[in-house]
Design a protein around this ligand. Structure first.
Ligand SMILES: *[C@@H]1O[C@H](CO)[C@@H](O)[C@H](O)[C@H]1NC(C)=O
Ligand SMILES: *[C@@H]1O[C@H](CO)[C@@H](O)[C@H](O)[C@H]1NC(C)=O
Ligand SMILES: *[C@@H]1O[C@H](CO)[C@@H](O)[C@H](O)[C@H]1NC(C)=O
Length: 189
């Protein structure tokens, strides 16, 4: 399992936080499915290489436990990744760079055509999402980093996952349950 996939796993935590209470009866947004690895169901691209993630962890003084459990840590690692890849310039997100860098890592043609829409959606959603709320609701530790980098990365992964092309989708009960959960509980589709 790569480090990036650990970031991706924070999605499950994240979906709970942003969950709008719209779920159908059989899906409880407070109970994310934990028994299935999202990457098994749909192999999403790796946007940030392991060595870059490691570099960021080190620069932030984080112990490389391969476990991201603390939201503020995730928030800062994500901001660091966006800084280092030039997606954030002087602390501000550059949408063109974001698109450029993500497209470099996506080989699936269908996703490639969708990515500009996903970026528009997620950048807008990040602006609407008010910072403190999220940090507050999960932990008492205050982050010094802005949460929009993590929000946007997670949001784009959720969009990719929710729109997984049939040819790489593993269709089984657990994967369908995870997809239903993500789509319903994040209201991302
Ligand atoms: C990292 O964590 C391990 C296990 O908790 C600990 O033994 C080690 O000293 C830590 N290293 C640093 C640099 O904090
Ligand atoms: C990202 O860059 C901004 C602007 O230079 C800086 O204020 C911020 O601390 C950086 N974040 C991280 C996590 O390195
Ligand atoms: C965050 O938590 C503090 C302390 O519990 C509280 O005073 C504040 O209103 C909370 N802010 C939000 C946006 O929920």
């Amino acid at each position: 399992m790569t480090r990036m996939k650990m970031l991706w796993s924070s999605v499950v935590l994240f979906t709970v936080i942003v969950a709008k209470v719209l779920a159908e009866r059989e899906i409880d947004c407070k109970k994310p499915p934990v028994s299935v690895d999202p990457d098994f169901c749909c192999k999403t691209p790796i946007f940030f290489e392991d060595n870059l993630v490691l570099e960021c962890e080190k620069s932030l003084g984080l112990n490389d436990t391969m476990m991201y459990t603390d939201l503020p840590d995730d928030v800062c690692v994500s901001e660091c990744l966006m800084n280092k890849t030039g997606i954030n310039i002087n602390g501000a997100l550059n949408k063109n760079m974001l698109q450029l860098k993500l497209l470099e890592k996506i080989s699936n043609g269908w996703w490639t055509t969708m990515i500009p829409q996903f970026i528009d959606y997620c950048v807008d959603a990040a602006e609407e999402q008010n910072d403190l709320q999220v940090i507050n609701s999960t932990t008492t530790v205050k982050s010094t980093c802005k949460q929009n980098s993590l929000f946007i990365i997670d949001c784009i992964y959720l969009k990719l996952f929710g729109n997984c092309p049939e040819d790489i989708w593993k269709d089984n009960h657990r994967c369908r349950h995870l997809r239903d959960y993500i789509i319903k509980c994040t209201n991302l589709d």
